[in-house]
Design a protein around this ligand. Structure first.
Ligand code: WT7
Length: 645
């Protein structure tokens, strides 16, 4: 049959010692399934420090609005810091920070607690109270993690905005979340050059339509920046002078922890809301079960930026709540040379590495002699996240990086799910290149056909989540209707993830990509509609259609088809101008790889753009069925324009 069928038969059993020492054994699946609510209650009481115990495990009387661990009280920052210090582990290194230019800093748990306490005291000075929102727009430096924990300590929700997003993206997120304070830096280092951040904040706040009262600025690059007296404060000064003693309060298990904006099928990003008790429970359980966390001996490194959910759950909250020593790296994998990541693994003796397939494919391209120069024998477990990992990249990761001794956990989850949902338990299952395999214990998923009533056939179907789970999103910020409509309306009382998937003969799950208008570029989620509205907002564009075309390195690449206004020149310069416009409007990651100027777009009789046909063109395939087009000659014209551009 297909190539993947042959590959499915090849599996990799966990090394004997790894299996023997694993935190979680095979019986866990059955135990969890016997009574999933008791299972989660048990995990929560074991892994989380509750200041006041909860009563009911799950309140699902008003679906899809869930309440987990009802009535319990906790403080997430206390769980990440104080409890480790109280347990006598204050001298353990929490963060080994490696700056892109080569500077490094380490924080023990006791030192990190002191920094977070000072920051919490500073934010209190600035008027931040429980229930408020704080926007964080920082590079990957320790202050990003410290800021997030300081908010959590105060019971204020953070909204981290990825440093690569534009001032417009920042502004709309600040307004939607009604943030009172922004924490930023003068700039950051990207491929050895200082790039600026503060000017984007100034620009975002210059319209006078945000509720922001204060801006706290970390000095990272020392570059010149503008200053607004009364509004702006240097972190070094304010936090530097604050007391390092802070007694924390304990909040309800459903108190908001963060809002994180992610792209959906419409132009407006959704503010995904997460709360504390359930989120921390599942994040900690995944640290224990999927990452087999051994806090005394492991050195954990998740390469994601805190601007994405992976950085929230597996840089800030998971590793710290689990009491791990972790590495935080500011820069890109090839600065100043292509062996930088492997040099870091060697330097800090990293045991657990968690990265995206795009990065692995890029390293593959650079050649195996690059990692070959470093000692990678400290590694014992590898993780993959963000997009399907192709079997070839999986094997390379396993052989070249893992020395054939490290299990690979391919973890499927989403901003909305908060923590791992589908991933192999590394000491239990024999892993299979390219498959995420099974839901973790306590989670129930299905792959169904279009009606939602039958299991999908061998060709695959839609992934759904059958039951509520502790770290599930609690809603879309200020938009309960959109929450219901997006995730819970396609199938009743069942969460619709937006991913295509299939099961093989062993029942293992393989992901097939998104089934909606969401693209996945280098593991980052982008919306076709958002990029289309950005293009159409340019005066030279009258209509635009965007597709995600298969790309060897980045998984998908953004390809745009635009109709330009009368009198505008059809030239490579115009196309380039439009690419740059999207980069500036949304952020560099959204910049189309190609902009094709065309005279018409394929539409159905009802006027709906048929992106499927454009995708065929972008992927150099024969164009599919054009029967439903209002004008069937359109595709020929488009193919001609594309061939000439
Ligand atoms: C979408 C979620 C999960 C954190 C990073 C992305 C895709 C994610 C996998 C995987 C296949 C994956 C899905 C999902 N995805 N992990 N292991 N295998 N696909 O979070 O930005 O919310 O994107 O990423 O399509 O729906 P996100």
């Amino acid at each position: 049959m297909t190539e993947t069928t042959a590959e499915q038969t090849e599996t990799f059993a966990p090394p004997e010692q790894f299996a023997a020492d694993a935190n979680v054994k095979a019986d866990e699946y059955e135990r969890a399934e016997a009574d999933y609510l008791s299972f989660w209650a048990e995990q929560s009481r074991e892994l989380v420090d509750w200041n006041e115990d909860f009563g009911e495990v799950l309140d699902w009387t008003n679906p899809p609005f869930a309440k987990w661990f009802v009535g319990g009280k906790l403080n997430v920052a206390f769980n990440c810091l104080d409890r480790h210090v109280i347990a006598g582990n204050g001298d353990r290194v929490a963060i080994n920070f490696e700056g892109e230019p080569g500077d490094s800093r380490s924080f023990t748990y006791a030192q990190l607690l002191a920094e977070v306490s000072k920051t919490a005291n500073t934010l209190t000075e600035l008027g931040v109270k429980a229930g408020d929102r704080v926007a964080i727009y920082l590079p990957m430096i320790p202050e990003a993690i410290i800021s997030m924990l300081a908010c959590a300590r105060l019971g204020a929700a953070h909204s981290v905005v990825f440093g690569g997003f534009s001032s417009d993206a920042l502004r709309s997120r600040i307004i939607d979340a009604e943030a009172r304070v922004v924490i930023t830096a003068d700039g950051s280092y990207r491929r050895t050059k200082p790039t600026s951040l503060k000017p984007a904040v100034d620009e975002a706040l210059s319209h006078g339509d945000t509720p922001v009262e204060h801006v706290l600025v970390v000095k990272r690059t020392g570059q010149d920046i503008d200053w607004v007296d009364g509004r702006d404060q240097w972190w070094e000064q304010s936090v530097g002078q604050a007391s390092d003693q802070h007694e924390c309060e304990f909040f309800d298990s459903e108190n908001p922890l963060f809002i994180l904006y992610t792209s959906g099928t419409t132009g407006k990003p959704k503010g995904i809301l997460h709360t504390t008790g359930g989120y921390l429970t599942q994040v900690l359980y995944s640290m224990k079960a999927v990452f087999d966390a051994k806090p005394e001996t492991d050195v954990f490194w998740c390469t994601a930026d805190v601007g994405w959910v992976t950085g929230h759950s597996y840089v800030t909250y998971g590793p710290l709540a689990a009491g791990m020593t972790q590495v935080v790296y500011e820069g890109t994998p090839d600065t100043p040379h292509q062996g930088r990541w492997w040099e870091i693994v060697e330097k800090y003796k990293v045991t657990t590495l968690y990265a995206a397939p795009t990065a692995i494919r890029t390293c593959m391209k650079w050649g195996e002699e690059v990692p070959g120069k470093y000692d990678l024998t400290s590694l014992r477990l590898l993780g993959s996240v963000g997009e399907p990992i192709n079997p070839e990249a999986w094997r390379w990761y396993h052989r070249v990086i893992g020395g054939e001794r490290c299990p690979i956990v391919d973890t499927w989850w989403q901003t909305e799910t908060g923590a791992h949902m589908i991933a192999p338990l590394p000491g239990v299952l024999s892993t299979k290149p390219g498959s995420s395999q099974r839901p973790i214990p306590g989670i129930s998923v299905d792959v169904v056909d279009d009606s939602g009533e039958n299991p999908a056939g061998p060709e695959g179907g839609l992934l759904v989540i059958r039951r509520p789970w502790p770290s599930m999103l609690r809603g879309i910020w200020k938009d309960p209707e959109r929450f219901k409509e997006t995730y819970w309306s396609r199938f009743e009382d069942t969460y619709f993830a937006g991913d295509g998937a299939r099961r093989d003969d062993d029942g293992d799950i393989w992901f097939l990509g998104r089934v909606d208008d969401v693209m996945n570029v280098s593991g980052h989620r982008l919306s076709t509609a958002e990029i289309e509205s950005s293009l159409v907002a340019h005066p030279k564009v009258t209509e635009a259609a965007v597709v995600g075309a298969a790309d060897e390195t980045s998984g998908q690449a953004v390809v745009a088809f635009v109709i330009i206004a009368n009198g505008v020149e059809d030239s490579p310069e115009t196309a380039e101008e439009l690419r740059q416009h999207v980069g500036k409007d949304i952020g560099p990651i959204a910049k189309p790889k190609k902009v094709h100027i065309v005279t018409d777009l394929p539409k159905t009789r009802s006027g709906k753009i048929m992106r499927r046909l454009l995708k065929d063109v972008a992927e150099n395939r024969e164009v599919g069925n054009t029967m439903t087009l209002a004008d069937s000659s359109v595709m020929e014209t488009i193919e001609k324009s594309v061939a000439k551009s």
